[in-house]
Design a protein around this ligand. Structure first.
Ligand code: GLC
Length: 733
């Protein structure tokens, strides 16, 4: 504001005044609008209302729009419908403030990419960014200006169904993927006709739900909050994310949607975030259920005062804020600041100049061949080869008889996964179709479901066994339904649902070489399969092009290079079993009873974080450090040589981990601090160099200050969170 005063003073002196910057121009327009707005119109900007799941709007909302009492909608989509509502706002309301249209576009709008956990398995941020940019282009063409993505919650408990929506258990990988998705969705300027406003969610700690039970309590130290759950949000803010969504969960006694420490002290104070905070769906109303707010008025006051600007679906702000202000329990300044933030992103989106969607553009952009091609490539890069005994894979394209079995072999709907935007089952290439297309008419491809995902009759298994006996190879496609992942989809067991394991065992017992394809949105406990089946591919929910992508990998047109972004436990009893755990005073020792382990289970996971095989083999050597000693504010480089010693071109993901050997606060056994996916031809060598600096080596000390402490650090460079080449260096005062 002082800028305007200064400029007018300068004008009087005749000194040439520099033209106002675009940002200052926006602030001037916001101030001018605010001065005209009634209290009801201000509250209207803080109200998001819901459309129907099919994308239509509720007729009774039209009048609210006309009276300027709504600022945004969620789920309303499609250029024509969006324009119908927008026209009322822009041409019939008093102040003509355009609406925002938000939608959950997490992994595609109409062209559906692999679920986010699958995309994270690619360890390829450039590919992930491209997927997000395509999703943005399709969404914006359909009138969606705001996506409720990326979901950046760290998830260490695979019982939590929403693990599928994020990038797994690690803060570094999660931060890299958060930046990639924000840049993909927003680009450099989200007013562009093929970009959307992004929304990092769910702020904060939602993934730490006790028992992996969705919406359950989270309780953690500030150090865990800052070192594990906040980093991907900070990365998103640093990448310029325009909005943040506040979460449902009780966060150490103060619900995340009413928590001034996270929403104001950290988000606004430390990170200087000037965007909008949107509540999750009725999360403000739920402050009463939490037992924080005695009534709706108190819920509204807690949330607005803590820093939640816009209310999703519940309507406590519009109902109670006028009286709260009248009673002096809320200040007009607080309200104005929230409205200012909402208007700011509407100006930054270019909605005042270009409020309408282009229906012709929508038809031209959705499901374009190049979008499908990108989805196919992303899906193939997301596949993780978990086992390949005897090099059973890749299969030969000259195979004459193949059996493709399982409840997810000829399925389209489930392959979209949860939160599949406007994706259509009929667009999906089923796995059976992808295989048939790959082999052409010469091969005999036999198919039987064998069982359903959750139940089946033994007759069906018998039919599947009969077909497997006729085949040279049996491919068994098992896993979860899309509804078993995502929101409100926590599972107390991570076993294959129904009688799918029985089906796998029956097919394996025929003696026909068996390949298992997993279709799932979370780690599954598959110890029998891991021990007995020679080849296993983790394909996740692979999206619209699933069948083609999986066939590309099965038959060797793509060499799989994915790595697990989350630990696979042997049994649910091992949870939590994330890799970056503390050492304890009694680390597990099989020869000493009195150490940290189980009587009835291993302490190691079934498959570790960062693990994944290839059809090639890679050798890492020549680990070099630029220095043996550095000061706390200095950096060093770590480099290794990678060689493809196999017979196929392939990718390896080289991973760098550190361990702070002794510190004033105990540190994890390992922490991922760098990774690079590299493609090498047979015999080709590459050199990869990482930089380690204070931002990698530091931690929050006993006074919660981020410091780098002198002492020994060990580093590990390898192809998973287990093993690798080791070295050490010292930080000296
Ligand atoms: C849901 C989810 C959130 C989503 C929102 C709108 O409850 O928690 O991730 O963006 O509502 O659909």
């Amino acid at each position: 504001m002082w800028m305007f005063g200064l400029m007018s003073a300068l004008l009087l002196t005749g000194i040439p005044v520099p033209p106002a910057s675009p940002a200052d121009e926006i602030e001037r327009k916001i101030a001018a609008l605010l001065r005209q707005m009634t209290l009801e119109e201000k509250l209207g900007q803080l109200q998001m209302l819901d459309g129907d799941v099919d994308g239509s709007y509720r007729p009774d909302h039209l009048d609210l729009v006309r009276r300027g009492l709504v600022g945004a909608f969620l789920n309303v989509r499609g250029a024509r419908r969006v324009n119908e509502l927008q026209r009322i706002a822009v041409e019939e309301s008093r102040l003509k403030i355009p609406l925002l249209f938000g939608f959950d576009v997490l992994h595609g709008y109409r062209t559906i990419f692999p679920v986010p956990l699958a995309e994270a398995s690619s360890w390829d941020p450039e590919a992930v960014q491209r997927a997000a940019s395509i999703a943005a282009a399709e969404a914006r063409a359909a009138g969606v200006t705001w996506t409720f993505a990326p979901m950046v919650d760290i998830a260490r408990d695979p019982r939590w169904g929403r693990i599928v929506e994020g990038s797994g258990e690690d803060p570094h990988l999660g931060s890299v993927m958060a930046r990639a998705r924000v840049r993909g969705f927003q680009g450099h300027d989200y007013s562009a006709s093929d970009r959307v406003l992004a929304c990092a969610k769910h702020f904060v700690g939602y993934g730490a739900a006790e028992g992996g039970r969705d919406y359950n309590t989270t309780d953690m130290s500030e150090r865990t909050l800052r070192e594990i759950y906040l980093p991907p949000f900070k990365a998103a803010v640093e990448a310029g994310v325009g909005t943040i969504m506040s979460a449902f969960n009780d966060l150490s006694g103060i619900p995340a949607s009413a928590n001034p420490f996270t929403l104001t002290t950290i988000l606004r104070g430390e990170w200087k975030f000037d965007g909008v905070v949107l509540s999750d769906y009725t999360a403000i109303e739920e402050l009463m259920a939490h037992g924080l707010a005695a009534d709706g008025a108190e819920a509204a006051r807690y949330a607005l005062d803590a820093g939640v600007d816009m209310e999703m679906v519940s309507r406590l702000y519009s109902r109670h804020v006028p009286q709260l202000i009248k009673e002096g329990k809320l200040s007009m300044a607080t309200l104005d600041e929230a409205v200012r933030r909402v208007l700011r992103i509407k100006f930054r989106l270019g909605l005042f100049e270009r409020p309408y969607a282009d229906e012709a553009r929508e038809r031209a952009v959705l499901l374009r061949p190049e979008h499908r091609a990108a989805a196919r490539e992303m899906a193939a890069r997301s596949i993780v080869l978990l086992k390949n005994e005897g090099h059973l894979l890749p299969l030969s394209k000259t195979v004459r008889t193949l059996a493709v079995i399982g409840p997810l072999a000829d399925d389209q709907r489930n392959l979209l996964g949860p939160w599949s935007g406007d994706g259509r089952a009929e667009d999906v290439v089923a796995i059976l179709s992808g295989i048939t297309a790959k082999l052409g008419p010469t091969a005999r491809v036999l198919h039987a479901r064998g069982c359903e995902i959750t139940d089946c009759s033994s007759r069906e298994i018998a039919e599947a066994v009969r077909l497997a006996r006729q085949a040279e190879v049996a491919i068994v496609v098992v896993g979860e339904s899309a509804e078993m992942s995502g929101e409100a989809a926590s599972r107390a067991s991570l076993d294959l649902p129904g009688r799918q394991l029985e089906l796998v065992k029956a097919i394996h017992a025929t003696g026909t070489p068996t390949v298992v394809l997993l279709v799932n949105g979370r780690p599954l406990t598959i110890p029998w399969i891991a021990e007995h089946v020679p080849a296993i591919l983790e394909t996740w929910f692979a999206g619209t092009e699933a069948g083609h992508a999986i066939a590309d990998v099965l038959f060797g047109d793509v060499n799989p290079g994915g790595k697990l972004p989350v630990t696979f436990p042997r049994s649910v009893g091992q949870i939590p079993i994330y890799y970056n755990h503390k050492r304890t005073g009694r680390p597990p020792n099989p020869t000493n009873k009195y150490t940290s382990k189980y009587l009835d289970e291993e302490v190691t996971p079934l498959f570790p974080f960062g693990y994944g095989l290839s059809y090639s083999q890679f050798q890492i050597s020549h680990l070099q450090l630029s220095r043996q000693r550095i000061r706390p504010d200095e950096s060093l480089t770590v480099s290794v040589e990678v060689e493809n010693i196999g017979s196929r071109t392939g990718d390896e993901v080289v991973q760098l981990y550190i361990c702070d050997v002794a510190a004033s606060v105990t540190r994890p056994v390992r922490e991922l601090k760098g990774f690079r996916r590299i493609t090498l031809r047979p015999g080709e060598k590459g050199r990869i160099t990482f930089t380690l600096g204070p931002e990698h080596l530091g931690f929050y000390d006993r006074q919660m200050q981020f410091i780098v402490e002198p002492g020994e650090f060990r580093i590990f460079v390898g192809t998973s969170s287990v093993g690798g080449l080791e070295a050490s260096f010292e930080v000296v005062q």
